[in-house]
Write a protein that binds this ligand. Structure first.
Ligand code: CP
Length: 327
């Protein structure tokens, strides 16, 4: 196992080997233990990172900001609407300069067909590691925290049924980045991944092709269905969550005919009852309560959403430690 992570970008999990992801998980568990014991983890003293947000955030911003403070460093929160980006400054110029000022850049830019390209432009030109805090295609920090949470709850993930299920929501138009990252990552850990959605909410073909290859290479499986009941049946983990129709509908309107036709895709106690008796309910949050899920499920005995969200802190700290500190 190699230990050289310093300077490595984290734009997708797919660009990290399984061994590298295993190390990231291992360091996450170590930091979580130390956090619980109140031990000093000042591994990034005097290091600074720039957090560029094009969109709102609760978990991602605060896990990175609090996380870097707990590691002895400092995170600069940047609302990009107050930066010269809003006057047209390009990613190259911003990336080069922030790279000269500090030790890392993290970016959330979910604009469809722009976000990932922007991150890659910054990464190409800066001298410091770039962390993807969510783009139009990927949310690798969420996927890794989800993996850590499933390992905590289920231990051995091999052949466990995890169902990524589309759900109705109208709070805002959600990107495809969470399900896309999960469908790519979970088969690499030998899981039986089910992807369920009403017709029209397909993930891109290239992502499904890669997910199938990840399954073949690692002893997992990928099954796609438009029958929600099939996905819930005997599942060990269910992740019912909305993803937007950016692929087919690029307007910013949340409500459209396709969405309204799928109102029945809400996670209820009856659906949970058809899963494994110890099924875990997960959601990246924020959840659209009453639309994606009923309160009695998200607040009920199967829900692990707060443990899942807490793991955003430990995995973010592990990632920053590896790519900004270390050898
Ligand atoms: N899950 C997640 O990324 O939450 P935030 O949008 O609050 O950062």
């Amino acid at each position: 196992m190699q230990t050289i992570f310093k300077g490595k970008h984290f734009i997708t999990c797919q660009e990290w080997s399984k061994e590298e992801l295993d190390t990231l998980l291992d360091v996450s568990f170590d930091l979580k233990r130390k956090f619980a014991m109140g031990l000093d983890t000042s591994y990034l003293t005097n290091k600074s990172m720039f957090l560029m947000f094009f969109e709102q955030s609760t978990r991602t911003r605060n896990s990175m900001e609090a996380g870097l403070a707990q590691l002895g460093g400092h995170a600069n929160f940047l609302d990009t609407s107050t930066m010269q980006i809003s006057h047209g400054e390009v990613g190259k110029d911003t990336g080069v300069i922030l790279g000269r000022f500090g030790h890392g850049i993290a970016i959330r830019n979910c604009f469809w067909e722009i976000g990932n390209k922007y991150l890659r432009e910054v990464a190409e030109h800066t001298s410091v590691p770039v962390i993807n805090m969510q783009c139009d295609l990927y949310h690798p920090l969420q996927a890794v925290a989800d993996l850590m949470t499933m390992k905590e709850k289920l231990d051995d993930l091999k052949r466990k049924k995890v169902s990524i299920i589309w759900a109705y929501a109208k709070s805002h138009k959600k990107p495809i980045s969470v399900p896309l990252s999960q469908v790519l990552l979970f088969p690499r850990y030998g899981m039986d991944v089910w992807l369920a959605y009403p017709k029209g909410y397909e993930l891109p073909d290239w992502a499904i092709e890669q997910a199938r290859k990840n399954a073949e290479d690692n002893g997992g499986t990928l099954t796609i269905t438009h029958d929600e009941a099939e996905a819930y049946k005997d599942a060990d983990v269910v992740i019912p969550k909305n993803w937007g129709s950016w692929v087919t509908n690029q307007s910013s309107d949340v409500i459209d005919d396709l969405l309204e036709a799928s109102k029945g895709w809400i996670c209820t106690e009856e659906k949970i009852a058809s899963a494994n008796k110890d099924v875990k309910y997960m959601h990246a949050l924020p959840a659209d309560r009453g639309n994606e899920v009923v309160d009695s499920v998200i607040d009920g005995p199967h829900s692990i959403v707060y443990d899942e969200a807490e793991n955003r802190l430990h995995t973010s700290k592990a990632l920053m430690t590896l790519v900004m500190g270390g050898k």
